[in-house]
Design a protein around this ligand. Sequence first.
Ligand code: AMP
Length: 369
Amino acid sequence: MRIVLLGAPGSGKGTQAKLLVEKYKLPQISTGDMLRDAVAEGSPLGRQAKIAMDAGQLVSDEIVLGIIQERVTRPDARKGFILDGFPRNLQQAEALDQLLTSLGRPLNLSLLVAVDVDALIQRLVGRRTCLSCGQMYNIYYAPPHIEGRCDECGGRLRHRGDDNEETIGNRLRVFETHTLPVAEYYKEKGELRTVQGVGEITDIFKAVTKVVEDVKANIKNETRTDAIRAAFAKHRASKAEKAAAAKKDAAKKKLAAKKTVKKKVVKKKAVKKKAAGKKQTVKKVAAKKATAKKAVKKQAVKKKVVKVVKKAVKKKAASKVVAKKKPVKKVAAKKAPAKKVAKKKVVKKKVAAKKKPVAKKKKATRKKR
Ligand code: AMP
């Protein structure tokens, strides 16, 4: 499980974190503790952090995020962790989300330990911590049996340097200004749970444990739901894949059918074209033949006409000849009476001549001239 414990300085979130570590065997990651270690070591990072810590201000995000990144990627944090004192502002909260998302291990719970300001001041001012085992005491309501000595290990108790009134005031203001918005951030995401951090530590822990168990059950359900969802998604994906394949297949078949139809149409068209061509050719040939026949017929008719005409001409000619001949006879026949008349005239003339010889002689003379 991955838990973030939120709470004002002195809310007891550190104590609850230690109890959770014991119960769930998860590592506690406290930025405050790590920074204090760095300060104690006198490392450059510690020296830098000390100034802000002594003033009750937040250490720079750059330093804290560096520490956190290194810590949550350690092997012992694989099964989960309890973040104590981090994130302390919105930027840290967002950076943590990004980091955990990139690791594929998102947060499971953000738990706010709520305590009012008066109680906080009393706790912070009276707080004492064992330097050896980290056991915590409060000189007002949970004092050690021997002053300054740890009941558990006999170690020396320490009053934190930043637990003085001025620094406490600053730390509380920083909490209200920067850290409470982080609680809001998780609330909006639906990841925030709150327990009242007042009363016996064990009672508070009971409430904390209840929340943790709740979330754990949810995670189980979610895991189951996720598994079901994943199975459904897998099923849907395979169904979709099958549908897509079927669609592809159908499209392929359709295309093939279209191609076949097209081919058939083209073939049919070609056949039709060919047939039409043939028909045209036949028609053309027939037309040619008809034309030729017509020409032959025309020629024949012409010939016949010529023949007829010739014949007619001949006949006409013949009939002319006949006609010529016939009128001769006729004329002759007709002329016969004329001849006769002429003869008669001649006879008459002769008779007349006999009667008038002088006149006849005169006429003859005129003829000779
Ligand atoms: P804590 O023990 O958690 O109260 O932290 C003690 C001091 O360490 C704080 O007052 C800050 O100066 C510093 N500190 C701890 N955690 C953070 C953090 N997440 N961001 C900035 N400063 C921090």
